[in-house]
Design a binder for this molecule. Structure first.
Ligand code: SF4
Length: 334
């Protein structure tokens, strides 16, 4: 089975200042594979500063990794040139958080959709271009006659975000990087957009990396999840196992902050302590907030495989076998 996308031990460090330069590890040793023949939705979850957006920027080729490689269909994306680079730009698309940012208030929706059609020469005639727009808008559940010819202020946030998805879909992407696509959309429209993304994966064979801080949306959209904290994988696996039975104290904290409609479950039960001292670069990154921290947590824990489809990087599970980070994908259902 050939891989669509492979992250091989990818790390990203940002440095600041020339004298007394300081460096900040935004992402540490991430390995991951998405297969060509098994389109999937993978959630990458974490709070701000966890490395999620750095991961999105790396996947889109906006920044290079400091260590490791990102391989797209057999080629290192930092080495792509000419037609290969153009194909990568077309096949890997993004939908960002802000459905308003990509719209120029002076242009209609048609303009936004025409730009990629022209840039990537997707149509020879105006009629073909219009057919492509109609097809993409219909695929995301919009009626072309409701949105074409309209200006951004005449559309709802949900319509704008679906137009962003349609714009990506025009290019027949193989991979969509969706970075917090529903966080700025009204709650009533979120389910609609998530369903649109699911349809893309199911009906159009698009793999999606769904990046979010919101575990409830992750639960509804994906089968597999990776939880990041300070650039490292804290827990990963089947979304059902990870959210219903989180094994890492950080995932427990995230799950505990979800207001589930269950009156027996008390919201905010998990006690999280905050110590002021910094964490050694080699220690567990969650150490300063972890109520169960112990002496051995001053060395970074490996991933321990707890179930066939669940692993956590925490010494509380050290009776389980270790799993190398490069084998992470084996835990993730498609
Ligand atoms: Fe807490 Fe230690 Fe587990 Fe880190 S390794 S989450 S500090 S118990």
């Amino acid at each position: 089975m050939s891989s669509l996308l492979e992250l091989r031990g990818v790390s990203k460090t940002y440095s600041r200042g020339l004298i007394n330069a300081q460096s900040n590890v935004a992402l540490r040793d991430i390995s991951l594979t998405l297969n060509e023949d098994e389109p999937t939705i993978l959630t990458v979850a974490g709070e701000s500063g966890s490395g999620k957006t750095t991961l999105a920027m790396l996947l889109l080729g906006f920044i290079p990794p400091t260590e490791g490689q990102i391989i797209y269909r057999g080629q290192d994306i930092t080495k792509l040139r000419g037609a290969d680079k153009l194909a990568y730009r077309r096949e890997v698309q993004a939908v960002f958080q802000d459905p308003f940012a990509v719209f120029n208030p002076f242009y209609t929706v048609d303009h936004l959709l025409t730009v990629p059609i022209k840039r990537f020469k997707l149509a020879q005639t105006k009629a073909q271009a219009r057919d492509k727009m109609d097809e993409a808008l219909t695929a995301v559940g919009l009626r072309p006659e409701d949105v074409l010819g309209r200006f951004p202020h005449q559309l709802s946030g949900g319509q704008r975000q679906r137009i962003n998805v349609a714009r990506a879909l025009l290019l027949k992407p193989r991979l969509l990087v969706a970075d917090e696509p529903v966080s700025m959309v009204d709650a009533s429209l979120r389910a609609n957009i998530l369903e649109t993304l699911r349809n893309l994966q199911r009906d159009h064979g698009v793999s999606i990396i769904y990046i979010t801080h919101d575990l409830t949306t992750a639960y509804h959209i994906a089968k597999s999840i990776i939880v990041l904290y300070r650039g490292g994988v804290m827990e990963a696996g089947n979304v059902d196992d990870v959210i219903k039975s989180p094994q890492h104290p950080y995932t427990r904290l995230l799950v505990d902050s979800i207001p589930w409609p269950n009156l027996d479950q008390r919201w905010g039960e998990t006690k999280i302590i905050a110590r002021e001292q910094g964490v050694g670069a080699d220690g567990c990154p969650f150490q300063s907030r972890c109520p169960q921290a112990m002496a051995r947590c001053s060395t970074r824990p490996p991933l321990f495989q707890i179930k066939p489809e669940q692993a956590a990087a925490c010494y509380l599970h050290s009776e389980n076998p270790e799993i190398a980070s490069k084998r992470l994908t084996e835990l993730l259902p498609v």
